[in-house]
Design a protein around this ligand. Structure first.
Ligand code: SF4
Length: 115
């Protein structure tokens, strides 16, 4: 899971472009969604969102997504609940403070935006 999350951060620009395409698609099918009923679609759409975003971003379904502002790095995964990038505890090798911890949320974001 962590490696997919890191991949998403490294490919943030491409995923942002894909998101724009998806957004246009959702707008285009809005009349159909209205016909079916938004209430009926809510659960299946949330299940698809949970699966895709959970796999790619380790999404916690917080309901206030900021992925487009954070370089596709979900800030809800930070154990310190730091929402605006790595804190002062990032080690020289990019790891978190403390033993055997994975890299913090947000590490790799600048590189991902460049791709
Ligand atoms: S910010 Fe993170 S937890 Fe919230 S919806 Fe977006 S990906 Fe999910």
């Amino acid at each position: 899971m962590r490696s997919l999350r890191d991949w998403s951060v490294r490919h943030a620009r491409g995923l942002a472009r894909l998101y724009v395409v998806f957004e246009h698609l959702v707008v285009a099918i809005e009349p159909l969604a209205r016909l079916i009923g938004h209430e009926r679609l809510e659960r299946p759409v949330a299940a698809v969102e949970r699966t895709i975003k959970g796999t790619l971003f380790d999404c916690r379904m917080c309901g206030a997504c900021v992925l487009s502002d954070t370089g596709m790095s979900c800030p809800r995964n930070c154990p310190k609940n730091v929402l605006n990038g790595p804190c002062g505890g990032v080690r020289g090798d990019g790891g978190r403070e403390g033993p055997a911890r994975p890299p913090p949320v947000g590490v790799g974001v600048p590189e991902g935006g460049a791709e």
